[in-house]
Design a protein around this ligand. Structure first.
Ligand SMILES: CC(=O)SCCNC(=O)CCNC(=O)[C@H](O)C(C)(C)COP(=O)(O)OP(=O)(O)OC[C@H]1O[C@@H](n2cnc3c(N)ncnc32)[C@H](O)[C@@H]1OP(=O)(O)O
Ligand SMILES: CC(C)C(=O)C(=O)O
Ligand SMILES: [Mg+2]
Length: 567
């Protein structure tokens, strides 16, 4: 039994607003993206990245299309410092990409940070200090004025060093760290004070980054905080409002989306949400959420596996198999009704001319993220006819009639229950062959020797066929209104057994010299149960007669038909 939380965890207060606009807004364009994988993500790793992994991550981020990349905290360690130098000195930063670095608001650290950036054509200098009531009290032991002074001093030092390093195009960023625990009027006051020093312009705005250093409330409250902040900050037109959500409550993506509705311009986050504790907001999910709402996110995740593999290598952390859009299992349906619906969805998409993606249970076309359809349907004991039929059709071009799908799915279900495992495509085809194509006892079709119009009746034909019955060759003869009907009559009279054909389907498989006819017959024993049979052959009549034999044998094997064999 858990303790009563009501005293220990007071509810987060609402933002006093009555005229909030964000609920009525819509997202129409992507934000400015900034990856902080190499800083916030890196500082949270069990084993932070060395130079090789940092370079791989950097190249990946550039390849995806990030134009702003926070590459480290150069004053914190020689590794971080050297990495900044390496990128600059080796000319590894594309012209349209801006490096961003983080520093505390302390002179020696700021000085070292500027030193690291020497020679960079452009850079974002990111200054932070914590402003929340808790951190003021517990960490800094300072009042509001004291903490604001840290920010102001830091901003002045930054401006001072930037003025000396004029060959770099600077943009400044300030974060009131722990913004979500900061009184909103005070957060605005500190940010205004920083901007008093930096004097931003609409052409070169200050990035005000308001982090959910710890996610403390529901996403709607976060959105209120953003809207309130933007309504009250001075010179809004000279501010680029940036979000930096963490995921402590598991709502970082939602908080970011609502924050964007509330007017934010920019988002800092990481690939797959690596970062302190439960991570930073996941930029992959955010970008692909936009994509699936028809908005080009301007980030390229068309090869999501490659992105995932590289990130797993760099972070030495796995991406969860159910991670949105990317995980190993997200384009896989195990359960029967899902498989059935997906199969029907694909089929409807093929027939339709509409470009609109409409496949049940698949919010994105796997191909858009470089995933194939292969993993879409997998079959286990929870699967139904849809999944089995999908695999037979996709991999072998076999379009089973609906009732036959039901019949055969029982066979596959049996295999799955017996083995307790997933049944793969090869096993499904083997089971199909075993059940239908190889069902050759007691009756095996060899060939039909002749069909001829009956002289007495225009509509009747006579067919002679050679069959093996329990391993012995026999010639049988029958009459009917076509070769199949004649063959059925021949069997019925030769083996003294009662059955009739109740369903018949045929289609072509393969093309050219490999083309075959696939035939499916359902026969009914007397007035009783039915069984399907199937056969493949280059000749459509042969395929049909073999399929009749297949259904007949299954009826005999299951005790539905009791033939009288020739002595
Ligand atoms: C939410 C975030 O992700 S913030 C970024 C966090 N990232 C990191 O910390 C990784 C890199 N940092 C480091 O390696 C170290 O903190 C260093 C090298 C930068 C500095 O190390 P230290 O000098 O030992 O300082 P440390 O970070 O422990 O803080 C010491 C002092 O700085 C103060 N301080 C902390 N943050 C800031 C800040 N942003 N601005 C100004 N002062 C600060 C603290 O209050 C403390 O003051 P005190 O000594 O008077 O009590
Ligand atoms: C340094 C700041 C932006 C940060 O990482 C945070 O508050 O989470
Ligand atoms: Mg952070």
């Amino acid at each position: 039994m858990m303790n009563d939380p009501s005293t220990k965890y007071p509810a987060f207060p609402q933002v006093p607003m009555t005229d909030r606009q964000w609920p009525g807004n819509t997202l129409t364009k992507p934000p400015i993206w900034c990856s902080v994988d190499l800083r916030d993500g890196n500082q949270a790793l069990i084993e932070p990245m060395g130079s090789e992994r940092k370079l791989r991550m950097f190249d990946l981020l550039v390849g995806i299309g990030f134009k702003q990349i926070e590459i480290g905290f150069p004053a914190a360690s020689q590794t971080d410092f050297d990495f900044v130098r390496q990128l600059i000195e080796e000319g590894r930063v594309p012209e349209d990409v801006t490096l961003q670095v983080l520093t505390q608001a302390r002179r020696p650290l700021i000085e070292r940070t500027f030193e690291a950036l020497k020679g960079a054509p452009s850079a974002i200098l990111h200054l932070y200090n914590s402003t929340s009531e808790l951190q003021r009290r517990v960490v800094f032991g300072l009042d509001k004025a004291g903490v604001k002074q840290i920010a102001v001093d830091g901003a002045e030092i930054v401006a001072e060093y930037a003025a000396k390093q004029t060959d770099t195009r600077w943009q400044f960023e300030y974060s009131p760290e722990s913004f979500t625990g900061t009184e909103l009027p005070y957060a605005v006051e500190v940010c205004d004070a920083v901007n008093e020093i930096w004097q931003p312009t609409p052409e070169n705005p200050t990035i005000l980054n308001v982090p959910a250093t710890v996610e403390m409330s529901m996403p709607n409250v976060h959105a209120d905080q953003i809207e309130w902040f933007l309504k009250n900050i001075k010179n809004r037109e000279s501010v680029c409002l940036s979000l930096h959500p963490h995921n402590d409550r598991g709502c970082a993506v939602a908080a970011t989306e609502l924050g964007l509705l509330a007017g934010a311009d920019r988002v800092e986050g990481t690939l797959f949400g690596n970062g302190e504790r439960t991570g930073n907001v996941d930029l992959v999910t955010l970008a692909l959420n936009l994509f699936t709402q028809g908005i080009d996110p301007k980030l390229d995740f068309s090869d999501i596996y490659e992105v995932m593999r590289t990130v797993e290598h760099c972070n030495q952390l796995p991406v969860h198999p159910r991670h949105p859009y990317a995980g190993e299992l997200v384009f896989t349906a195990f359960s029967g009704s899902h498989q059935d619906a997906i199969k029907k969805g694909f089929s409807a998409m093929r027939k339709s001319n509409s470009p609109v993606w409409e496949v049940p249970y698949l919010p994105i076309d796997p191909a858009d993220v470089g995933r194939s359809y292969e993993a879409v349907i997998r079959v286990n004991s929870q699967s139904g006819k849809g999944g089995v039929a999908f695999i037979l059709e996709r991999d072998h071009g076999l379009e089973l009639p609906r009732r036959m799908q039901m019949e055969f799915s029982q066979v596959v279900q049996g295999i799955s229950e017996e083995t307790g495992k997933e049944v793969n495509a090869t096993t499904i085809k083997e089971a199909f062959d075993q059940t239908f194509l190889n069902a050759q006892l007691p009756l095996e079709f060899i060939r039909h020797t002749s069909t001829q119009d009956d002289d007495d009746d225009d509509s009747l034909r006579t067919l002679t066929a050679i069959v093996m019955i329990n391993g012995e060759k026999h010639e049988i003869k029958g009459q009917g209104n076509g070769p199949i009907d004649a063959f059925v009559h021949a069997l019925k009279s030769f083996l003294d057994v009662d059955f009739r054909v109740v369903d018949y389907h045929q289609h072509a498989t393969g093309a050219g010299a490999d083309a075959q006819s696939a035939c499916y017959f359902e026969i009914q024993a007397g007035k009783g149960a039915t069984r399907y049979g199937a056969a493949l052959h280059s000749n459509i009549v042969t395929a049909s007669l073999k399929a009749v034999c297949s259904a007949f044998n299954r009826g005999v094997q299951d005790g539905l038909l009791e033939p009288t064999y020739p002595a």
